[in-house]
Design a protein around this ligand. Structure first.
Ligand code: SF4
Ligand code: SF4
Ligand code: SF4
Length: 450
């Protein structure tokens, strides 16, 4: 196996979570842009990156340095992990987080996504997955972080998204009408997942007719940020929410963009409404900084920490409790599988006899379709056939799905979309190996992808 490559980075603009950046092109006021950049001095114009870009955002002739159109880019960094010449760079919050870790007043929290725990070992010479979760938690603690696992919040996402889907089944498939179901009246099938910010931005920019179909549930990281600064601050950590500095540790560069979106200041709004902070407090985001798997490895290196050498013992903490359904979010089909388990239980009244809904696991195919029969306890056991699709590596697939939906509105009830091939495990913030990491190159026929 080749060595992990170093990826060049650059600092975010001052006041990154931004009040300075104005509305421009496809970006709203405050949203970060230019998160992924091509270094014009290092690009040889080989055009490899273009074939991995889901939105045709990369422009340039063969042999000439390429450029990224900021307005078309969805910040996924699939171009970066697949550039054979290391010419693509990522905005990084490493220096900002290092500074916060020195601040005695700051309560700095590491919020690690499922996929980071399977990839971080590679940065320290181990194999993928060569690390226990406890080693990772211990490494965070040694570096000065408090721990709050994103998986805890992913379980919340499942409940939110599963419940929302059930409401749609009741309203749209079973014709039930009640006050409780009113809000889904404007959100018909198919129901699309919302936890991949690259997909959400792609839909907003290129397929706006799909917006009413996208789940209203926030991504696990964003749910986690809001929960940390409200419930956990008050009942678990017993700290001032304004002292909390939430650091999402993710396989994903699009999460950097997501964290800057103006609506993701729910904790601030809640605390103001409930008079828990002074009314003149300046707005703050739910997530204060985002580190990729590569970035957190850099922080560990600067602090002389090798997580592979740490103890794998640790007592379970309140904010690190989660189910197996949360863990599979990192894999294509995982969100769908987790939500289906919840929907099946609530609609039928009993657990799936085998909770492994293997048919939706999409990491070997770029589109998976299936029909899941669910007996309805409130309708005398009547069966509803839930038609689903799982899409990953969105470069060609989104257009294909949109075409199928336009051809037949009743084609699917539930569609999961993950921008990266195989899902977040292959995200643009993961460790990079020379000549690219993507084992699912979109131009190769499936049997040749390895
Ligand atoms: S793959 Fe890298 S070197 Fe090739 S055109 Fe893209 S940025 Fe330039
Ligand atoms: S970050 Fe993603 S969307 Fe942006 S140019 Fe690279 S591959 Fe395309
Ligand atoms: S698939 Fe995962 S890693 Fe890739 S852009 Fe979406 S959320 Fe980020």
């Amino acid at each position: 196996m080749s060595e992990v490559s170093k990826v060049s980075t650059f600092a975010p603009p001052k006041d990154a979570w931004g009040t300075n950046a104005d509305f421009d092109g496809t970006h709203r006021k405050g949203e970060l842009r230019g998160i992924i950049k091509i270094n014009q001095n290092n690009c040889v114009g080989c055009d490899t990156c273009s074939s991995f870009c889901p939105t045709e955002a990369i422009q340039g002739s063969l042999g000439v340095a390429h450029k990224i159109s900021v307005n078309s880019c969805v910040n996924c960094a699939q171009c970066l992990v697949n550039c054979p010449f290391g010419a693509i760079e990522q905005m990084s919050f490493v220096d900002i987080v290092m500074e916060k870790l020195q601040d005695p007043k700051a309560f700095v929290v590491a919020h690690p996504s499922p996929s980071v725990r399977v990839s971080i070992a590679e940065e320290f010479g181990g194999k993928p997955g060569d690390l226990t979760v406890n080693r990772l938690y211990n490494a965070f603690e040694k570096a000065g972080f408090h721990n709050y696992d994103v998986n805890f919040a992913a379980d919340q996402t499942i409940l939110e998204e599963g419940t929302e889907f059930i409401k749609k089944v009741k309203y749209w498939a079973l014709g039930e009408r009640s006050e409780e179901l009113e809000h889904v009246a404007h959100h018909p099938f198919p129901h699309f997942t919302s936890c991949c910010p690259a997909w959400v931005k792609n839909a907003e920019t290129f397929h706006p007719s799909l917006i009413p179909h996208i789940s209203g549930a926030k991504s696990p990281i964003q749910m986690g940020g809001a929960l940390a600064k409200t419930w956990a601050a008050k009942f678990v950590w017993k700290v001032d929410p304004q002292d909390i500095f939430m650091v999402a540790v993710t396989p994903c560069t699009a999460k950097i963009f997501e964290a800057s979106r103006p609506e993701f200041n729910s904790a601030y709004k809640y605390l103001i409404q409930n008079n828990q902070i002074p009314q003149d407090t300046k707005s703050f985001q739910d997530i204060d900084a985002v580190l990729t798997a590569r970035d957190i490895a850099e922080i560990f290196r600067r602090k002389g920490i090798n997580p592979l050498t740490l103890s794998d013992e640790r007592e379970t903490e309140t904010m690190n409790v989660y189910t197996g359904a949360a863990t599979i979010f990192g894999n294509s089909g995982g969100v769908m599988e987790a939500a289906l388990r919840t929907a099946y239980f609530i609609l039928s009244g009993f657990e799936l006899s085998n909770p492994d809904v293997i048919v939706v696991r999409g990491y070997e195919k770029d589109i998976v379709e299936a029909v899941i029969p669910i007996p309805l306890k409130d309708y005398g056991g009547k069966i509803i056939e839930v038609k689903i699709a799982v899409v990953n590596g969105a470069s060609r697939n989104i257009k294909e799905i949109v075409k199928r939906l336009t051809d037949d509105n009743n084609k699917y009830h539930f569609v999961e979309v993950m921008n990266c091939p195989g899902g977040c495990v292959n995200g643009g913030g993961q460790p990079v190996r020379t000549m690219g990491t993507s084992w699912l190159h979109p131009l190769l026929p499936l049997p040749l992808r390895a």
